[in-house]
Design a protein around this ligand. Structure first.
Ligand SMILES: *C/C=C(C)/C=C/C=C(C)/C=C/C1=C(C)CCCC1(C)C
Length: 242
């Protein structure tokens, strides 16, 4: 067995352990979604397939993030953003797919994807290359985030979901909570990691421990946000088929 494996399952390395569990959970979820495609109505197959793609992409990234973390002891910020850049737009695709039958347009799809890419690219700039202006980039990223929240809760997505069916409306509400509460952990992590800490206060003295804690929170949050999100879509596909 590789020493990395042993280190990852060492009882005191919680950060690496959550990367390990994350990989397994995302893999298991992907297998589940892919195998369930056979039992899914044609009209809902693409939605369930996208759920599986989201967790599959995350599983591969978690595998790499675990190795990176074990080798360097650092946060795999770059891999996280690559993972988000692929999975968050796919989550936006889910909103388009569930509202397509009631009039969701390609225009709406692009609005959602564009907002998510702006949110992530500006967030990455603020967290890495342009750290001195992290507040500015964080605010731009946050505006794009709230635009997505707005679309899902009150805008086009909400209206089309209500028009589609009670089951779609209900699922959209649940997905809306994921976006509003589940996704909020990421900007919180960004704020805590910003130089000077939250609102200029120095909150933590042990930066390495704080970074590790943040990784654990992201890892748990990711599992909830990606697998949970996929399961809401899966449940909707069941309630809408015979
Ligand atoms: C599976 C991964 C998900 C759902 C990731 C979502 C990430 C975000 C909602 C990130 C948002 C950010 C802001 C709103 C401002 C600060 C920068 C970010 C990128 C952390």
């Amino acid at each position: 067995m590789s020493p990395f494996f042993l280190e990852a399952v060492a009882a005191d390395n919680y950060v690496a352990f959550t990367f390990f569990i994350g990989t397994m959970a995302m893999m298991a979820a992907s297998v589940f979604f892919f195998l369930e495609l056979n039992n899914t109505d044609k009209a809902w197959r693409t939605s369930v397939l996208v759920s599986g793609l989201i967790t599959f992409i995350a599983a591969v990234h978690y595998y790499y993030m675990r190795g990176y973390n074990l080798e360097t002891g650092d946060s795999p910020t770059f891999f996280r953003y690559v993972d988000w850049l692929l999975t968050v737009p796919l989550m936006c695709v889910e909103f388009y797919l569930i509202t397509k039958k009631s009039g969701g347009t390609i225009g709406l799809l692009w609005k959602l994807i564009f907002a998510s890419v702006v949110m992530l690219v500006t967030g990455y700039l603020g967290e890495t290359i342009l750290k001195e202006q992290s507040v500015l980039w964080g605010v731009i990223s946050g505006a794009a985030y709230f635009y997505i929240v707005y679309l899902v809760w009150f805008g086009e997505v909400a209206k089309l979901a209500t028009a589609a069916s009670p089951a779609v409306a209900k699922a959209n509400k649940t997905l809306g909570w994921f976006v509003l509460v589940g996704w909020a952990i990421y900007p919180l992590g960004y704020i805590l990691g910003t130089p000077g800490g939250l609102f200029g206060m120095v909150l933590v003295e042990d930066v390495a421990a704080a970074t590790g804690a943040m990784d654990i929170i992201y890892n748990i949050g990711d599992a909830v946000n990606k697998i949970g999100f996929g399961l809401v879509i899966y449940a909707l596909s069941r309630s809408e088929s015979k």
